[in-house]
Design a protein around this ligand. Structure first.
Ligand code: NDP
Length: 248
């Protein structure tokens, strides 16, 4: 590590889209702290990404421990330049079958953890008058998708929070943006689509580019938001979706 290295946190960075973001960041010399719960996934991410990847095993549902997690990282690495709130969970069930517990579980991980981690990381970014936060929403916040009520509520909240955070934090040096991925080939989308050919056909038929995206497509957008190329960009939601959000 040297003074030139930027420090990033990528939640859920050991798999899928988060892993692709961590791969891009480490390739670009950014020290990337990858947070997840599954130690074996963290170990293989570290093995593949090398010394600039710092895996941390942590359950983001443990909100009360987030402040000390952030303090520990700041003590060790001096600062946090970039936060990518990528970790998320999906839950597919018909609206009337979703229990209060199911609903709260999704909101807890996808919204409350994003709020608490962003608040804590922002404190240090404000001291440095520098920082960049990137949130990840979904097509579920662009149009109606059946059987994902809690996920839709959570991802719609993420887009609103992106704008609310951007107006408060941007005057103080922190840019906040959001990527709305379309359907990207990962474990999560495989679970949602592979046993549901009708849904998969619907996805592909309304995606003008006619295919699922690659996690690296989202990683390129995250790298853009994280860097100086986006120094006048804040509060936006960028679909990376092969046209899915505007498709017929
Ligand atoms: P994956 O299921 O592959 O990755 C999700 C990651 O989040 C995992 O690495 C998981 O780590 C981590 N995670 C989940 N809960 C927690 C937790 N409580 N604490 C710490 N880490 C956690 O999904 P994707 O890569 O597909 O999704 C990444 C993001 O992109 C999500 O926010 C998702 O909603 C969004 N998205 C994905 C789309 C797609 O088509 N794939 C489309 C639109 C949005 P671990 O297993 O170790 O807990």
């Amino acid at each position: 590590m040297n003074q030139e290295n930027k420090i990033a946190i990528v939640t859920g960075g050991a798999s899928g889209i988060g892993f692709a973001i961590a791969k891009k960041f480490t390739k670009e010399n950014i020290i990337t702290i990858v947070i997840g719960r599954d130690q074996s996934k963290l170990d293989s991410a570290k093995k593949e990404l090398g010394e600039l990847c710092i895996p941390i095993s942590f359950d983001l549902n443990d909100l009360v421990s987030i402040p000390s997690l952030v303090k520990d990282i700041e003590t060790k690495y001096g600062k946090i330049d970039i936060l990518v709130n990528n970790a998320g969970i999906n839950f597919k069930k018909e609206f009337i079958e979703v229990s209060d517990e199911d609903f709260q579980r999704i909101l807890h991980t996808n919204v409350s953890a994003v709020f608490t981690l962003s608040r804590e990381v922002s404190k240090g970014m404000l001291r440095n008058v520098n920082g960049c936060i990137i949130n990840i929403s979904s097509m579920a916040s662009q149009y109606g998708i059946p059987k994902v009520i809690a996920y839709t509520a959570s991802k719609s909240a993420i887009e609103g929070m992106t704008r609310a955070m951007a107006v408060e934090l941007s005057p103080l040096g922190i840019r906040v943006n959001c990527i709305a991925p379309g359907f990207i080939a990962t474990e999560m989308s495989a679970k949602a689509l592979n046993n549901d050919p009708e849904r998969k056909n619907k996805v592909l038929s309304r995606t003008p580019m006619g295919k699922l995206g690659d996690p690296s497509d989202v990683a390129e957008a995250a790298y853009y938001f994280a860097g100086d190329a986006a120094k006048y960009v804040t509060g936006v939601v960028l679909p990376v979706d092969g046209g899915n959000s505007i498709g017929f």
